[in-house]
Ligand binder design. Structure first.
Ligand SMILES: Nc1nc2c(ncn2[C@@H]2O[C@H](COP(=O)(O)OP(=O)(O)OP(=O)(O)O)[C@@H](O)[C@H]2O)c(=O)[nH]1
Ligand SMILES: [Mg+2]
Length: 248
């Protein structure tokens, strides 16, 4: 009897494992592909573009073709992700603001070694999170340049930026991950970047239908003033021409 039970149990176990494996594969196939737009922001020179390149390198087989400049399309798990690289070099809040409505979430990149600009980063992050088209959307902070000797640790950055207060005020879910966008570094550095990215995507997924409806509405609202501006600009141009004609 005992021998028989010993033979039956492993085969039952195998069958159970096989069934649960099939079930999770089936679930993954059935899950819809979700389109997600993430804005990659931060002060200039913090490593935004380098981090996007690093993500592309690590997920090389998952990069999708794109025609838009400053935009990278990736397939991560069941998500089609657009990473929009918003360079602070453009030095224009207007340019940034034109993208807020499209975002499901934010990746904010910090240069952890630049203590002198931490106050500026705090102010920028504060303005960003308080914006009506951003407030409440999930935020991933990448504490970049951790390879530098003078880099602040994530726990020190939380203090410096008064992060807890900031995210609570704006009801944004937040996670901070250490990162380094230097290719020569150990694999564990890219692991934390991908870990953070996956957290952000799964946080978005939990609330996907609500967030998507908001993105749809915000994107429309964002375009509306520009469309209203167009006839006004045309009238201005027209009256200017008339003015010029009168002056002649
Ligand atoms: N040591 C170190 N250097 C980094 C790291 N990430 C980026 N850099 C360097 O920092 C500089 C700026 O990096 P970028 O990726 O161009 O920064 P950015 O935020 O895209 O800059 P803008 O587009 O001008 O806003 C480059 O010289 C990078 O090589 C990092 O993790 N560690
Ligand atoms: Mg850049």
């Amino acid at each position: 009897m005992k021998v028989q039970r010993l033979e039956v149990l492993p085969s039952l176990q195998n069958m159970f494992q096989l069934l649960s494996h099939c079930w999770s594969r089936l679930q993954a196939i059935q899950e819809p592909i979700r389109k997600v737009t993430l804005l990659v922001m931060g002060l200039d020179n913090t490593g935004k573009t380098s981090l996007i390149t690093e993500i592309q390198r690590v997920l090389s087989c998952e990069v999708l073709p794109t025609t838009k400049p400053n935009q990278t399309e990736l397939r991560v798990d069941q998500f089609e992700v657009s990473l929009v690289d918003l360079s602070r070099g453009q030095r224009s809040w207007g340019t940034w603001r034109n993208h807020y409505g499209d975002a499901h979430g934010i990746i904010f990149v910090l240069d952890s070694s630049n203590v002198l600009r931490m106050e500026e980063a705090k102010r920028t992050l504060g303005h960003l999170l308080a914006h009506p088209r951003i407030s409440g959307k999930p935020l991933l902070l990448l504490a970049n340049k951790q390879d530098k000797v003078d880099a602040l640790l994530p726990c020190e950055l939380i203090e410096c930026l008064s992060l807890e207060k900031l995210v609570n005020e704006n009801k944004s879910l937040c996670r901070i991950e250490p990162s380094s966008a230097t290719k020569s570094l150990h694999k564990s550095q890219s692991r934390t970047i991908l870990q953070g990215l996956r957290w952000l995507l799964h946080t978005i997924a939990i609330n996907y239908s609500v967030l998507s409806a908001r993105v749809q509405q915000d994107s429309l609202d964002q375009k509306a003033p520009r469309e209203q501006e167009a006839p006004r600009r045309a009238t201005r141009a027209h009256s200017q021409t008339r003015g010029e004609r009168f002056a002649l």
